[in-house]
Each structure stands twice: as structure tokens, then as C-alpha cells.
Design a protein around this ligand. Structure first.
Ligand code: DER
Length: 234
């Protein structure tokens, strides 16, 4: 299907451009595009990967690294990374992104902070001008379960429309790898046009652990297109 081909194209382009032999500490993101990133890294060969350590951004990411036979590292041992490649739910014209569709945004943002180079990979559906244009599910916000009712109320006061993310194959709310709940909140376009400000405002709400707005963090974003071309925005 075109979307899967587009995901693969973006992942291969990003790995070919940003993961060179000298890069030894590599972060692996989460979601359905990142498996193609791991595939392309494996294709660089056992010799290239023997001296590398790979850090995960969650349980799924850790399983990807293990299943690919790559060296799994412990985040506690590092304070920086050479490169981290991760997916995105939507990217705006300034390379700000909504992330957290997979409820992994806390560890993803930690590794994005640690990385000298942080790059996003996505299919054409994620390539927007203003956040919220195509991604209608809202900004994923990781919150302490103890505080979720207060956070919901505060988000409403801020002009948001928040909903607690409920499990599909699980009764009750989705629980993240960190034991937290996820609230998805949509906001009017005026607020989505200033994502860095919105990120700060939401992060300051007591009980919020991390916000799925990644502003001014990416070096580049790669989008696979339906016509098999790749758009790189840097
Ligand atoms: O949760 C995230 O931020 C993931 O990176 C994910 O949302 C990316 O989406 P994908 O499954 O389309 O790659």
C-alpha cells in the first residue's frame, strides 16, 4: 500500500543520510515507521553495527532493537547520543511536531534532547503547514493518573478539548510505559500556530509529565510521497 511504501522511503532516506560509520550511539524511536529505520540500519551490515549501541524510546522500540539483533544500551549509562531517528504524527512548516500517537512521547523527548542530531521520518499524511490540520486526534499529553481530572479541567480552561485516551483491547485508560495516562487535547488553530508557547503552558500544569509537542528539536524531517519521491525539510 502507498502509505507503507512512503514510510519505508522516508526511513531509508533518513538512515542513508544521517547514520554513518562514525555514529556509535543511536536512538530508535517508536511507531510504525521506525521499523523501516531499523531494517535499513541492519542492511548496513554486522560489521558496521558491531561497534554501535542502540537506545530505545519505549517497550516497542526495545523489542525492535532486540529482535533485529542490535546491541541494546541502557539509557542510564549515557547523557548524549549521536543520532536519534523517530516518527511523527504531524509536522508543521517550522519542523515542529505533534508526537505521542503511540503514547511514547516522554522517552522519545528525552532521547530527542540527548541527540546531537534528531530526525523525523513519516509518510506524506504527516506533512502539514500548521499543526492540527491533518492530525485531528489532539496533542498527546502524558499525565500522572492521580492528577488526570485536574489536568482535564485545566486544559478546558486553557481553551482545549481534552479526552482521556481509553484502551481498545484493554478496559479502562491506556497506560504508558511509564505507568501514566494519556490525555489527547485539541486546541483552536490560533493556539496551534504557536506550538512552542502551547507546549510550555501545558507542561507547567501540575500533574503533566510530558507534552507531545516537539518544537525546535528536529534537524530535518523526511516524508515519503505517493509518487515514490522523498521530501526532505531541514
Ligand atoms: O508516538 C509517536 O510519536 C510515534 O513516533 C508515532 O506517533 C509515529 O507515528 P507512525 O506510527 O505513523 O510512525
Amino acid at each position: 500500500p502507498p502509505v507503507e511504501a512512503a514510510k519505508r522511503l522516508s526511513a531509508y532516506a533518513a538512515v542513508d543520510r544521517h547514520i554513518a560509520l562514525e555514529h556509535k550511539l543511536i536512538g530508535i524511536g517508536s511507531g510504525s515507521t521506525v521499523p523501516y529505520v531499523v531494517d535499513r540500519i541492519v542492511q548496513q551490515g554486522a560489521a558496521a553495527n558491531a561497534g554501535r549501541t542502540f537506545l530505545p524510546t519505549g517497550f516497542q522500540s526495545k523489542q525492535l532493537i532486540i529482535d533485529a539483533g542490535l546491541n541494546l544500551g541502557d539509557v542510564d549509562q549515557y547523557t548524549r547520543l549521536d543520532v536519534c531517528i523517530d516518527g511523527a504524527d504531524e509536522v508543521d512548516s517550522d519542523l515542529n511536531a505533534i508526537k505521542g500517537g503511540g503514547a511514547c512521547q516522554l522517552r522519545e523527548k528525552v532521547l530527542a534532547d540527548m541527540a546531537d542530531t534528531w530526525v523525523m521520518v513519516a509518510d506524506y499524511r504527516k506533512n502539514s503547514t500548521v499543526l492540527g490540520t491533518n492530525w485531528k486526534q489532539g496533542i498527546p499529553i502524558e499525565v500522572a493518573p492521580f492528577a488526570y481530572a485536574q489536568v482535564l479541567a485545566t486544559l478546558v480552561k486553557m481553551g482545549g478539548t481534552p479526552t482521556l485516551r481509553m484502551g481498545k483491547a484493554k478496559a479502562g485508560p491506556v497506560v504508558s510505559d511509564n505507568g501514566m495516562f494519556i490525555i489527547d487535547a485539541t486546541f483552536p488553530e490560533a493556539q496551534m500556530k504557536a506550538p512552542a508557547k502551547l507546549n510550555t503552558e501545558i507542561k507547567l500544569i501540575t500533574g503533566v509529565v510530558e507534552v507531545g509537542l516537539f518544537c525546535g528539536m528536529a534537524k530535518a524531517a523526511y516524508f515519503g510521497n505517493e509518487d515514490a519521491s522523498v521530501t526532505c525539510r531541514a
